[in-house]
Design a protein around this ligand. Sequence first.
Ligand SMILES: [Zn+2]
Length: 81
Amino acid sequence: MPIFEFRCTECGDVFEKLFVGSDDSVELKCPQCGCETLDRVLSQTNYVMGAGPGGAKPKLTEKSCAGGNKCFTLDIPGPSK
Ligand SMILES: [Zn+2]
């Protein structure tokens, strides 16, 4: 089961969220302050763990952004809203 990390843009709290394949109604909000403005934090370890047997793997694409910073896009397979 893929686990993704998120960081709250309001209070800065970082938490992990487990995505269960059969549940397409994942609620995403900060456990500390309850707001829903979150940045996704990519964890390589969790990304590897998320590659379950027989399941589609999240697709991580690295690219260069303005200012020389690296950024990533992550496509999560499975049910989508
Ligand atoms: Zn928060």
